[in-house]
Design a protein around this ligand. Structure first.
Ligand SMILES: [Zn+2]
Length: 280
């Protein structure tokens, strides 16, 4: 299991890997005409539609804390990747949640001593019975287009249990935060709804350097040149496109390094003029 080390100012970061898959980009962006999609892939150095998708989890060692951003599925390789990087899950004292899809919160029980940083607007959505019902109906509508009905039904039941029972049971450990609140030195959540209604990005700054963790905002760098090339896994693509315009401005203004949950491992990218390119 790889563990990619890098720095932002005084912070030491490690990109950990929960999973990695080679996929055909047409699964994600199948609404785009194939010739346009292939041309875009080729302009980024790919020879065909195949690309590696990561399930990347970011760890940050601050002067005082061990911070994990999202916690994987709980079923894949994150714990092995952490062991490789000599990080003890019991020592994680802050766990930040970008959004509550299974691949981001499934491992939540693996970090029993962490305070859980959770955006208040997201918490309010998940714990409101009526709104949660609407979110689950949307989840079913989006995923039934691609996935087996039994799998989608299990996902819907998981989401119901998560909002109705799991989150309230973690109340003692949850610290609710609002957008742009500096809850740890240099750490702020940025509301970027669209992929899901509860989707947040995270800005981490230290000594004049910035990283923006865009979570599932972009799934692949080729989307950046084409705001209308939404992922078919997005719940509200038009809203996601609007969120991305704002977050792009923020990334460019701060000349930030970009971390994407599903970018090719290690999940890092940077703008080169107007083109976002993977760093690996
Ligand atoms: Zn995801």
């Amino acid at each position: 299991m790889p563990a990619h080390h890098f720095k932002i100012g005084a912070l030491n970061l490690i990109s950990l890997q929960d999973n990695a898959q080679t996929v055909d980009i047409r699964q994600e962006l199948g609404q785009v005409p194939e010739t346009e999609l292939l041309a875009a892939m080729q302009s980024h150095g790919y020879k065909d539609f195949n690309t590696k998708i990561g399930f990347n989890i970011l760890f940050v060692q601050t002067p005082d804390h061990k911070v994990l951003i999202d916690c994987g599925t709980g079923m894949n390789d994150l714990l092995e990747s952490m062991s490789e990087a000599k990080i003890n899950p019991a020592e994680i004292d802050y766990l930040i949640i970008t959004h509550s899809d299974f691949d981001h919160i499934g491992g939540i029980d693996d970090f029993p001593n962490a305070k859980i940083i959770f955006p208040k607007p997201a918490y309010d959505l998940w714990t409101n019975d009526m709104i949660r019902k609407t979110m689950i109906e949307n989840f079913k509508a989006v995923f039934l287009k691609f996935l087996d009905p039994d799998f989608v039904a299990r996902g819907a039941a998981y989401r119901e249990d998560y909002g109705a029972n799991k989150l309230p049971s973690l109340n003692q450990r949850i610290q609710l935060v609002v957008e742009d609140e500096e809850f740890l030195p240099g750490f702020k959540m940025v509301f970027t709804p669209g992929h899901r209604p509860d989707h947040f990005a995270l800005e981490i700054a230290s000594e004049g350097e910035t990283l923006i963790h865009i979570a599932d905002g972009y799934r692949h760098v080729i989307q950046v040149d084409h705001p209308d090339w939404y992922s078919r896994f997005d719940s509200y693509p038009e809203q996601m496109a609007e969120s991305l315009v704002l977050i792009n401005d923020r990334i460019k203004e701060k000349n930030a390094l970009v971390f994407g949950s599903h970018f090719t491992y290690p999940g890092l990218a940077r703008f080169d003029d107007d083109k976002l390119v993977f760093l690996f």
